[in-house]
Design a protein around this ligand. Structure first.
Ligand code: PLP
Length: 457
């Protein structure tokens, strides 16, 4: 799409940003000290451009979301046409508009593969809102089943499920729990399957079993008849791209079935092709009762999220009268029209299959090159999501610089200086490029990480 470049007064925008705008997840004093945020003005394909003439290869697909890449005319048109026809109407008054109906049908088609009971969709606007819906939905389900004491949700330490009160409470990030509490009660956090940090040098099968045993021990200690659900991201994203060992998810699923606990997958990052399947749980061959999705659902072009719900649960909801839950923008017609067009692009361009058979394996192979680097403890990926663990001493997981949590931000800043947008999470660099990424761009991602590690040494 050739569009005339706009001229922005970047210095003025930075000044106004600092004066009036509070960006999300930011250190406001630090932003002042560095003279304000970088102002991104445009993007095309897998590349973003700032207002000061820099281009950056977007190794993060925005914030794990721009699956079809930037500059999609088709998505802009879908929003435009829907907004002209009907920009808004709600689903509160026994009313609905065509786009969410068609989108729910399309999502049901994708998520019911291997799990025919997953047929129903509830819309929200963000991943956090989706998880608020999940929390209320599963607790309400057990209330209707006359088991109101089943209200505990088991989650994992270092999980990320959003930033609303419910989202941050479901999540397992203690630095988030420490701000603005109290948290939602009744959420228990168990061990995460982070082998590089917590099972270093251990036999993978032993480590996997230890993680699963920790979940079972918690179920038994709180009382199996008190546990409503287990929630987990198929691959933990914001926690540091933690790819669970083989066998972990089937064992967790078996535990849920053993104790009659609902299984929830947070697919906000893993959905829509990221792991080489439409949904991450399909890669692991498990059958969740509920899934949350957002981000790749619309590739971030408009805010929309959804909760996939099994017929088993919806049959029970039908016994309860009104489910008094929902948002002004649930099933927003323009957002739904864009999401539908986005899914059509993913289908037409075969981006799920391409991730599974081509670009995903290519990224895994390219990352292998980093294994030889003296600062790399592990380079791992699945589909098009990956992480590089930075260590001080090869063959160990001792952290670079002697101070935990500093290596990721250090190498991230070097990568950005060198033309690659990645994220630094504690002592790792994580990546999640658009699904349209090319082999040449993947090579460039790995080259820039290597160059940045060399500069950090
Ligand atoms: N769940 C997961 C797995 C996420 O990664 C995120 C965001 O990164 C969320 C939920 C929250 O989504 P949102 O930021 O759209 O509220």
């Amino acid at each position: 799409m050739n569009r005339p470049l706009k001229n922005y007064d970047i210095a003025e925008l930075k000044r106004l940003d600092l004066a009036h705008h509070l960006p999300a997840q930011a250190d406001y004093k630090l932003l002042e000290d560095i003279g304000g945020s970088r102002i991104i003005t445009r993007a095309e394909g897998s590349t973003i451009y700032d207002g000061e003439g820099h281009s950056l290869l977007d190794g993060m697909a925005g914030l794990w979301c721009v699956n079809v890449g930037y500059g999609r005319d088709e998505l802009a048109r879908a929003a435009y046409e829907q907004m002209l026809e009907l920009p808004y109407y709600n689903t509160f008054f026994k009313t609905v508009t065509p786009p969410p109906v068609r989108l729910a049908t399309k999502i049901a088609e994708k998520m019911s593969v291997g799990n025919p009971d997953l047929q129903h969709v509830f819309f929200n606007s963000s991943g956090s809102e989706a998880n608020d819906t999940v929390l209320r939905l599963v607790r309400y389900y057990w209330q209707l089943k006359a088991e109101p004491d089943r209200n505990i949700i088991i989650s994992r330490r270092n999980a990320y499920h959003g930033s609303t009160v419910a989202g941050m409470s479901l999540g397992g990030m203690t630095f988030m729990h420490a701000q603005g509490g109290p948290m939602v009660p009744g959420i228990e956090h168990v061990r995460q399957p982070y082998a590089f940090n917590e099972g270093f040098g251990e036999d993978p099968a032993t480590f996997t079993q230890a993680c699963v045993d920790d979940i079972e021990a918690r179920i038994l200690s709180v009382g199996p008849d008190k546990v409503a659900a287990f929630i987990g991201e198929p691959v933990q994203g914001a926690g540091g791209v933690i790819i669970p060992p083989e066998g972990y998810w089937p064992k967790v699923e078996a535990l849920c079935r053993k104790y009659g606990i609902l299984l929830i997958c947070d697919e906000v990052i893993c959905g829509f092709g990221r792991l080489g399947q439409w949904f991450g749980h399909q890669h692991y061959g498990i059958k969740p009762d509920v899934i949350a999705m957002a981000k790749g659902l619309s590739s971030g072009y408009l805010p929309i999220s959804a909760v996939g719900v099994s017929s088993k649960i919806v049959d029970v909801l039908k016994t309860g009268g009104d489910f008094v839950h929902g948002y002004t923008y649930s099933g927003h017609p323009a957002a739904a029209a864009v999401a539908l067009a986005n899914i059509e692009i993913i289908e037409r361009e075969g981006l799920v299959e391409r991730t599974r058979n081509d670009t995903g394996p290519y990224l895994a192979k390219a990352l292998k090159r980093l294994d030889a680097h003296p600062l790399v403890g592990e380079a791992r990926s699945l589909g098009l999501i990956g992480a590089v663990e930075i260590v001080a001493e090869k063959g160990t997981n001792h952290r670079f610089g002697g101070k935990e949590g500093t290596a990721g931000p250090l190498v991230r800043d070097l990568c950005i200086k060198n033309g690659l947008m990645v994220r630094g999470i504690r002592d790792s660099i994580v990546m999640c490029p658009p699904l349209i990424i090319t082999h040449e761009e993947i090579d460039r991602i790995v080259d820039i990480i290597e160059q940045s590690l060399n500069e950090a040494e």
